[in-house]
Design a protein around this ligand. Structure first.
Ligand SMILES: NC(=O)c1ccc[n+]([C@@H]2O[C@H](COP(=O)([O-])OP(=O)(O)OC[C@H]3O[C@@H](n4cnc5c(N)ncnc54)[C@H](OP(=O)(O)O)[C@@H]3O)[C@@H](O)[C@H]2O)c1
Length: 258
């Protein structure tokens, strides 16, 4: 037990959680902070990131909020620059920012629809990995956790740009893990099934769709955001010291019975 606790200890470390203001990202920010890291919460909304940072500080941990749109290279460069100025190093990056605002048949998708989602869910993660990766290479180590989706592994109806972006994120995770292993950087992915957040609130309000999805989940419910934290913390810490390039599904048994 003592060894286990030590392995998850992030005391003295610095973590950036992009998309840390709500839902899964907020839960991850709180969880990583509780393990001792100084957490930088980033998302587009300045009020939201400041609010989560204040919540973390009120619990006696260290945090900052920095507003940044991960799809904009200038924002990502500024974010990483500010973190380096304040903290000098970056031990953990969690790429959690994600959007899925469309529910269209493939033939109805426009190139703009495609770009809208790809720019955040895939390009944004690339930009963040690239900028933080430079810092981790220079300091000879770090951990990156990319939040993908179980739908990237089995597809879903009317979710083409989202599933393609999330599948790309898995390929990016595997490739970065190979490229950066020699620099002491480990890169892994977490693939949640259905989680109760703003992202799924529309689906949950549609009784027919919600029931059909629940029927496919052996546990019979969506996850709470806090249920994604344990695995993320494992991958963000030395507890997973021999793990890289992997994707881990957290889906209440959904994939097991497909
Ligand atoms: N909920 C699920 O069932 C589920 C399942 C599988 C995977 N996921 C993935 O888990 C991650 C979190 O999802 P969630 O359900 O917690 O969604 P959510 O509640 O909608 O939160 C999304 C987060 O991403 C941030 N964000 C969105 N666009 C951004 C941008 N351009 N730049 C920076 N931050 C941005 C949002 O903050 P701002 O609006 O302030 O920018 C927010 O903090 C996503 O990557 C999602 O694809 C979720």
């Amino acid at each position: 037990m003592g060894q286990e606790r030590k392995a998850h200890d992030l005391a003295g470390q610095v973590a950036i959680v992009i998309g840390g203001s709500r839902g899964i990202g907020r839960a991850i920010s709180l969880g990583i902070a509780a393990s001792g890291a100084h957490v930088v919460v980033a998302s587009r909304s300045p009020e939201s990131v400041d609010s989560v940072a204040a919540e973390i500080k009120a619990l006696g941990h260290r945090a900052d909020g920095i507003a940044a749109d991960v799809s904009r290279i200038e924002d990502v460069e500024r974010l990483v620059g500010e973190v380096r100025n304040r903290c000098d190093r970056i031990d953990v990056l969690v790429n959690n920012a994600g959007i899925n605002p469309l529910f269209k048949r493939p033939e109805a998708l426009t190139p703009e629809d495609w770009d809208l989602i790809m720019n955040v869910d895939l390009r944004g993660a690339f930009l963040a990995c690239r900028e933080v990766g430079k810092v981790m290479i220079a300091q000879r180590g770090g951990r990156i956790v990319n939040i993908t989706s179980a739908t990237a592994l089995h597809g879903t109806k009317r979710g083409l740009p989202y599933t393609a972006a999330k599948a790309g994120l898995i390929a990016m995770t595997q490739t970065l893990a190979a490229d950066w292993c020699s620099h002491g950087i480990r890169v892994n992915a977490v693939a949640p099934g259905y989680v109760t957040t703003d992202l799924t609130s529309g689906m949950m309000k549609n009784a027919g769709i919600y029931r059909r999805v629940l029927d496919k989940i052996p546990m019979g419910r969506f996850a709470d955001p806090e249920e994604i934290v344990g695995l993320t913390l494992y991958l963000a810490s030395e507890a997973s010291s021999y793990v890289t390039g992997q994707v881990f599904v957290v889906d209440g048994g959904y994939a097991a019975i497909r």
